[in-house]
Design a protein around this ligand. Structure first.
Ligand SMILES: Cc1ncc(COP(=O)(O)O)c(C=O)c1O
Length: 397
């Protein structure tokens, strides 16, 4: 058996199931899950329609580079959204079956066998796929703590130079899950300088890029930051985008990678064997989704309203900053995070994710400890009900 499999950590939702084992949730209260980052706003009819109209394409095997019209639609969207020249659909873009598989597979393509002692750097806490991707690629994960004192910026100063020298790949997450922090131009400049100095590749996870609260201030993306610095070939940079949160289609499994043509070529070769080519049916629906912004604006308005109403209520009970983007509240707990999660489940039938499950102990701290992640993905009514119940329990502590 692959010995690296034994190094994988249990997935946070598996740990949550264990945490609740034997507990009985409050009777007479409707269970509400704020633990999982699954968008629950309705899927736009135009995407459903395009899927139905594309069904005849089930008769075709899809190709690994995917349909050219899809790569063209993604290129146009990137140019519109990020104010950069359209990337070359032939060499700088690949469709992927959701960003999760791509974030994982990219480590296998870039890291495996690259050197005898590779390191993959990631924020802490982070989306666990980065860690799993690193471990299965035979690398040592290195964690950059994101702490409140730093405004939740991953602490690059934490790693000594000999670790940076061994670094082959770094995952950046902006907007960040779970903190909602968005990387600034200065952050990107520093990261590109580190990448130039040590020669590592940057995987920029931007799956929350379209969930933000001020229409006038969309989050800066990595491709735009690179262009502003004259890095027109996006050297050593690949961005991961997704329709899951933008268009409320997590079940469609549709996203893209875009950036450095040399890395895209390597990744395409890997993917030919990996075998995750996107179905043409999904590709046609994805074209409809990338070509339309009206549903994305409407979706953001729903989140903006929820956060306007509910963040102050949560903040008064469990201190949490107003996130810059994404759909989470990262809230400080007055008792250990796992104890609070258990009490909310038992007393209120509300499920939240203990921060310690998605953090790792690094420099003697687990930055997720004494935080909970609250995903405001449900309807306003459900979220309002859940928040009122959370506040009720916190008042009794
Ligand atoms: C930070 C982050 N990246 C990537 C993903 C994967 O999204 P998808 O595979 O649906 O594109 C998620 C999903 O929750 C996430 O939180």
């Amino acid at each position: 058996m692959n010995p690296h499999l034994a190094k994988l950590q249990p997935y946070p939702f598996e740990r949550l199931r264990k945490l609740f084992e034997g507990l009985v949730p409050a009777q007479g209260k409707k269970p509400i899950a704020l633990s999982i980052g699954e968008p629950k706003h309705p899927t736009p009819p135009l995407v459903q329609q395009a899927l139905i109209e594309g069904l005849a394409r089930l008769a075709n095997y899809p190709t690994t580079p995917g349909m050219l019209p899809l790569r063209e639609a993604i290129a146009r969207w990137i140019a519109r959204r990020h104010g950069v020249p359209s990337p070359d659909p032939a060499t700088q873009i690949l469709p992927v079956a959701g960003s999760r598989e791509a974030l994982f597979a990219f480590a296998q393509a870039v890291v495996t066998g690259s050197r005898s002692d590779p390191v993959v750097v990631m924020p802490n806490p982070c989306y666990q796929i980065y860690e799993g991707g690193a471990l299965l690629a035979g690398a040592e994960p290195a964690y950059l703590n994101s702490l409140p004192a730093n405004g939740f910026a991953p602490d690059h100063a934490q790693l000594p130079d000999d670790v940076w020298r061994r670094t082959v790949l770094l995952y950046a997450c902006s907007p960040d899950n779970p903190t909602g922090r968005v990387m600034s131009f200065a952050d990107w400049k520093r990261l590109f300088e580190l990448s130039d100095r040590h020669g590592f590749v940057i995987a920029a996870d931007e799956c929350y890029s379209e969930i933000y609260f001020d229409e006038a201030r969309p989050p800066l993306g990595a491709l735009a930051a690179a262009r502003m610095l004259g890095r027109d070939d996006y050297r050593n940079l690949v961005v991961f985008g997704s329709l899951s949160k933008r268009s409320n289609v997590p079940g469609m499994r549709s996203g893209f990678v875009a950036g450095d043509a040399r890395l895209i070529r390597t990744f395409l070769l890997y993917r030919t064997y990996h075998g995750t080519a996107m179905s043409d049916v999904v590709a046609l629906a994805s074209i409809a989704a990338w070509n339309d912004e009206a549903h994305v604006v409407a979706n953001r308005a729903l989140y903006a309203r929820k956060f306007q109403l509910l963040q102050p209520l949560v903040d008064a009970a469990l201190p949490c900053a107003y996130p810059e983007a994404a759909f989470y509240l990262w809230a400080k707990t007055p008792i250990p995070d796992q104890d609070l999660a258990r009490r909310l489940f038992v007393e209120q039938a509300v499920t939240v994710l203990p921060g310690s499950f998605i953090g790792r102990t690094s420099n003697q701290v687990n930055p997720g400890e004494n935080f909970i992640r609250i995903a405001l993905v449900d309807s306003l009514d459900e979220c309002t009900d859940a928040v009122a119940r959370i506040v009720e329990t916190v008042r009794t502590l």
